[in-house]
Design a protein around this ligand. Structure first.
Ligand code: 8IG
Length: 277
């Protein structure tokens, strides 16, 4: 049977929150850690933060956890890691993101967030690599997400579930991040479906409607985190200027290189922010 058909989230009759609770039980069993305080999803460029946040208690393959998918991309590490910070906070580090463009639907996309909430995490830190619309953001610049525009035409909410998204990206946590690095800028994140990058016209549309960052993740995850009552911090690493903002075409290679070069700096920033929580 294919991996797709064997995922319990693909049964429309299944309750995604029950599956998240089962996944949280798997994490408890496999890490020996009964609860976590903070969850952190590591996007492109942010991977080295895991080593800096604290002492690793356990690392487990995501495929051992109910409902998790195999990583779609090389360079997206398919592991979950339990780390304890010097201040004693337990952090669940999610290195296994499922993207909307994989086509498995929003339940699969937000399963890691719901699982993190089911492990007890009250804080969700979402990181990604993204394109920048502001000319002042050179590749390698980390920025805070201040709000988002969901352009996927999709939602992780099912039925008449009305969730307030005012202050979705916590002012308190953004202020905490700026205490660590006062030079951090912020912007509105536009989630496109991908996997193609935008056309220059689409980037101009994103700019016209109030966007500053273009990406392919995070917004749907933030909605699910808010539904679960979590406090959310979002970081984008600007790995490239969005299409048409720079004059040269976008390449995945270039994106990976910008991420690698910025890695040590942004990972240390992220570790210091989480260390202060
Ligand atoms: I890395 O320019 C990265 N991810 N949508 N646009 C979108 N996603 C991205 C981009 C980009 N760069």
């Amino acid at each position: 049977m294919s991996e797709t058909l064997s995922n319990p989230l693909d049964d429309p009759a299944a309750d995604p929150f029950e599956i998240a609770a089962e996944a949280a039980d798997d994490i408890t069993r496999l890490t020996g850690m009964p609860r976590h305080d903070i969850a952190l999803t590591l996007g492109s460029g942010w991977g080295q933060a895991a080593e800096l946040i604290g002492e690793t208690v356990a690392t487990i393959p995501a495929t051992e956890v109910t409902g998790f998918s195999k990583p779609a991309l090389e360079g997206h590490v398919g592991t979950l890691r339990s780390v304890v910070t010097p201040r004693g906070k337990h952090v669940l580090i999610i290195g296994a993101r499922t993207h909307f463009y994989e086509g498995h639907g929003p339940r699969r996309v937000v399963h890691s967030v719901r699982t993190a909430a089911a492990t007890g995490a009250r804080t969700m830190v979402l990181t990604n690599g993204a394109g920048g619309i502001k000319h002042t953001w050179k590749p390698g610049t980390p920025v805070l997400i201040s709000d988002h525009i969901n352009l996927t035409g999709s939602t992780p909410l099912e039925g008449a579930t009305f969730v307030d998204l005012t202050d979705l990206y916590s002012v308190r946590l953004r202020d905490l991040a700026r205490m660590i690095d006062p030079s951090l800028d912020e912007g509105v994140y536009c989630q496109f479906t991908g996997p193609q990058y935008e056309t220059p016209a689409e980037v101009q549309m994103a700019k016209a409607i109030g966007g500053h960052i273009v990406g392919m993740s995070t917004a749907l995850e933030a909605i699910a985190a808010r539904q679960a009552g979590m406090e959310i911090l979002g970081f984008s690493l600007i790995t490239n200027m969005a299409a048409g903002i720079q004059t040269t075409p976008l390449s995945h290679q270039e994106v990976m290189e910008a991420g690698q070069a910025a890695g040590p700096v942004i990972s240390s920033l992220l570790a210091r922010v989480i260390g202060a929580m």
